[in-house]
Design a protein. Structure first.
Length: 250
């Protein structure tokens, strides 16, 4: 089992559940996010094995500085879970907010790049490590209003596969975790705090939980070092596909 794990976006949802699972499996977890109160509560719950770090992954220099300033006992990161991310809005592309689009690109694409670039050299030098990225089914299957969010997750999927190519022979593993509907704060964030609209997304079905995804993440990381899960697509049983849309009369 991994010894030192960095989880971004550990203050909520999938990230918090992943931090819990790794700590319970005996790892020390660096838990990064912007909301200190949430991280402090997680530290209270999980104890000294959790090392909270306030970090906005969109800030390139502070990301690099945080990794460089880790205390020696936490510096040799075995597992990086690039989980920090968000969707903003569900408007069609022709009406979507450019601010929403930029926030998603800055977080889901550029933030993930900054953290990965800061952590990878150490993993390669040690000849071991595992990067697990949070992609999404949205990176593979389009849906109306997914536009920029889907694009960021398609980036994450292809970047993950490309990392596998670059890291060939290094001993460093890469996995893209691709969930469908997971009930977290995701929809509340997508709908800019509209809790009613967010709750309606999960009404009348059994969605995945953050802990369902955390279980899969810990499973991937605990496989023998010669085994690499490239992509893992996970949906609730109640979610599937609705086929192509056809506009008639045109
Ligand atoms: P949550 O909203 O519950 O959690 C998102 C986490 O990301 C929070 O801890 C938040 O912390 C953190 N975060 C957001 N922006 C930043 C930032 N700039 N810097 C650092 N941390 C940040 O959603 P989920 O747990 O569902 O989402 C986790 C990941 O899973 C995301 O990448 C999402 O796209 C992906 N995913 C989610 C699915 C779902 O249906 N829920 C399905 C497929 C993928 P804070 O605000 O404190 O910074
Ligand atoms: C989150 C799942 O289907 O809302 O990535 O895009 S979905």
């Amino acid at each position: 089992m991994a010894n030192i794990v960095l989880v971004t976006g550990a203050s909520s949802g999938i990230g918090a559940a992943t931090a819990r699972r790794f700590v319970r499996a005996g790892a020390r977890v660096i838990a990064a996010a912007r909301r200190l109160d949430r991280l402090a509560a997680l530290r209270e719950e999980l104890g000294e094995a959790l090392h909270p770090v306030v970090l906005d992954v969109r800030e390139r220099a502070p990301v690099a500085a945080m990794i460089a300033a880790l205390p020696p006992e936490l510096a040799a990161i075995d597992v990086l879970v690039n989980n920090a991310g968000l969707a903003r809005g569900l408007a069609p592309a022709q009406a979507a907010s450019l601010d929403d689009w930029e926030e998603m690109v800055d977080t889901n694409v550029k933030g993930l790049l900054y953290v990965t670039r800061a952590v990878l050299p150490g993993m390669v030098a040690r000849g071991r490590g595992h990067v697990l990225n949070l992609g999404s089914v949205a990176g593979t299957y389009p849906y109306p209003g997914g536009n920029a969010y889907a694009g960021t997750k398609a980036f994450v999927e292809q970047f993950s596969l490309a990392l596998r190519a670059d890291l060939h022979g290094s001993g460093v593993r890469v996995t893209n975790i691709e969930p469908g509907m997971v009930e977290t704060e995701f929809s509340e964030v997508r709908y800019h705090g509209d809790a009613g609209r967010a709750a309606a997304v999960y009404q009348g079905l059994t969605p995945l939980t953050g802990d369902d995804i955390a279980e899969s993440i810990v499973w991937c990381a605990s496989l023998p070092p010669h085994v690499n899960i490239n992509r893992l697509e996970i949906m609730p049983t109640a979610q599937s596909f609705a086929g192509f849309a056809v506009a008639r009369g045109g």
